[in-house]
Ligand binder design. Structure first.
Ligand SMILES: Cc1cc2nc3c(=O)[nH]c(=O)nc-3n(C[C@H](O)[C@H](O)[C@H](O)COP(=O)(O)OP(=O)(O)OC[C@H]3O[C@@H](n4cnc5c(N)ncnc54)[C@H](O)[C@@H]3O)c2cc1C
Length: 424
């Protein structure tokens, strides 16, 4: 796993470089981090092995939790006109393959639950961070999200460097240097590694990491239906993996279907032979949505859990999937990353205000401690939820049904789980 030693890359730092934050990886997390830090007054360079300005990413949509919207508001990035978000007003969960009823029964969370039966619509949630957000979350198409974040980066004057595949890293007393495969070098005060779950940077920084293969693959696609979804997100927890339909605009929904890998491969192959045959696999689960049809290519994502042993190294910090790549069962990977980068931003700003060396260990260690605690809760929840529903053993099936019903009927428990799901 380890890459070659990087000691040859040391040197002194110019005054401009002394203040520079280098962000390696221009996925959704790197883009958001660049905006958050540039808005806080840091000089930022964002680099990627591909084109930074590319506009499309594999995943079709991302469910943004209400807490993420709140941070976007704070960063002046939330723009409903540009993002065209589709709100999630209700989440319904069922156990097993039961279909036919519109109300799935096991869990039924509505935005109204989060304010004692009163859904409060806020113009500016930051006026009162404890008040009920407008919706439980928002489905946003990735190409719109990416383009919108790129526009902001351009306005903020963030420097973007494409085609820069990092192959070596070296930190010293004066800064940190990156070397690309073509020999180019960049130097700054702090490196943020946002280069995804197979992070090379994590290896170069000699940060260990644990992996778990779920032997599942997520199939992602857009489905059209003849009847409206009423802004409800549906999730079936089935043996083999969960199946979710998330509300998009115009009688469309995003399918996220986690399956044992062999089955997923067979279903993906079926989708290329016959879109109708693929849609008919889903039809009986959602009869109230009318006629279902597949209107996009089906994309496949092999699922594993990746968890870095620590998030910081001298003059470096891991963000996003490079820090923790989690199971998409609750659609929380990006949301968790946004919380993490907000924690880091707060620590860096606080250190700078005190006149301290903000790139130094105390700020990074403090951010690591807080983010690791949050991530541990989320990893445990997603990992165990998946394990719980994967099994077909009768006592566990009964137990999980009771457990989730209990959650549904005990307001404090329900509130706790809702807050986790909404990223609050
Ligand atoms: C099926 C599925 C559904 C999901 N749904 C949701 C959801 O609804 N809500 C949610 O919050 N999360 C969701 N997630 C999780 C979310 O998509 C990820 O957490 C998020 O996209 C991770 O972004 P990232 O920027 O950390 O990594 P990536 O998107 O992997 O970006 C990494 C970047 O680093 C660059 N890079 C890699 N190596 C190098 C190198 N050596 N040098 C330079 N650059 C490099 C790459 O080119 C890439 O641009 C889902 C995940 C899956 C699989």
């Amino acid at each position: 796993m380890s890459k070659p030693a990087t000691d040859q890359l040391s040197g002194t730092t110019s005054p401009a470089q002394e203040q520079q934050i280098l962000i390696a990886g221009a996925g959704l997390v790197g883009l958001t981090a660049a905006i958050a830090l540039a808005r806080a007054g840091f000089a930022v360079t964002l680099l990627d092995r591909g084109e930074v300005e590319r506009v499309s990413d594999g995943l079709l949509t991302t469910a943004l939790a209400a807490g993420t919207k709140r941070l976007f508001d704070q960063l002046q990035v939330w723009d409903a006109g540009a993002l065209n978000p589709s709100p999630i007003m209700q989440i319904q969960v069922a156990q097993g393959a039961a279909g036919g009823q519109r109300h799935l029964g096991l869990i039924d969370w509505s935005v109204r639950d989060s304010a004692n039966g009163q859904a409060t619509i806020l113009d500016n949630p930051l006026d009162n961070p404890h008040a009920t957000p407008h919706a439980m979350g928002y489905i946003v198409e990735n190409h719109l999200l990416r383009r919108h974040l790129l526009n902001h980066l351009q306005q903020l004057g963030v420097q973007m460097v494409g085609g820069f595949t990092v192959t070596a890293v070296a930190a010293d007393d004066f800064g940190i240097s990156l070397q690309a495969s073509d020999g180019r070098q960049l130097r700054g005060a702090l490196l943020l590694a946002a280069d995804g779950r197979n992070s090379t940077l994590r290896d170069l920084l000699k940060i260990g990491c644990r992996h778990h293969d779920y032997h599942q693959t997520a199939l992602v696609a857009v489905m059209a239906h003849s009847q409206p979804h009423d802004q409800v997100a549906y999730e079936y927890f089935m043996a083999g993996g969960p199946l979710a339909l998330l509300p998009m605009h115009n009688n469309h929904s995003q399918l996220v279907w986690n399956l044992p890998t062999a089955k997923a491969e067979a279903f993906k192959a079926l989708s290329t032979e016959s879109a109708d045959a693929f849609a008919s696999l889903l039809q009986h689960h959602f009869p109230w949505l009318g006629q279902l049809s597949l209107v996009s290519a089906v994309q496949a994502y092999p699922l594993n859990l990746v968890r870095a042993d620590r998030l910081h190294a001298p003059r470096a910090f891991l963000l996003g999937d490079a820090a923790h790549g989690i199971h998409p069962i609750a659609g929380q990977g990006f949301n968790l990353a946004v919380r993490g980068l907000n924690i880091l931003r707060r620590e860096l700003v606080a250190a700078r205000q005190l006149g301290m060396a903000w790139w130094d260990q105390p700020s990074l260690m403090a951010a690591d401690k807080q983010q690791s605690r949050q991530a541990a809760r989320m990893i445990m929840a997603t990992h165990q939820l998946n394990a719980l529903f994967e099994t077909n053993l009768l006592p566990i099936r009964l137990g999980r049904g009771l457990g989730l019903n209990l959650v549904n009927h005990l307001p404090p428990l329900k509130q706790f789980f809702m807050n986790q799901a909404m990223g609050l």
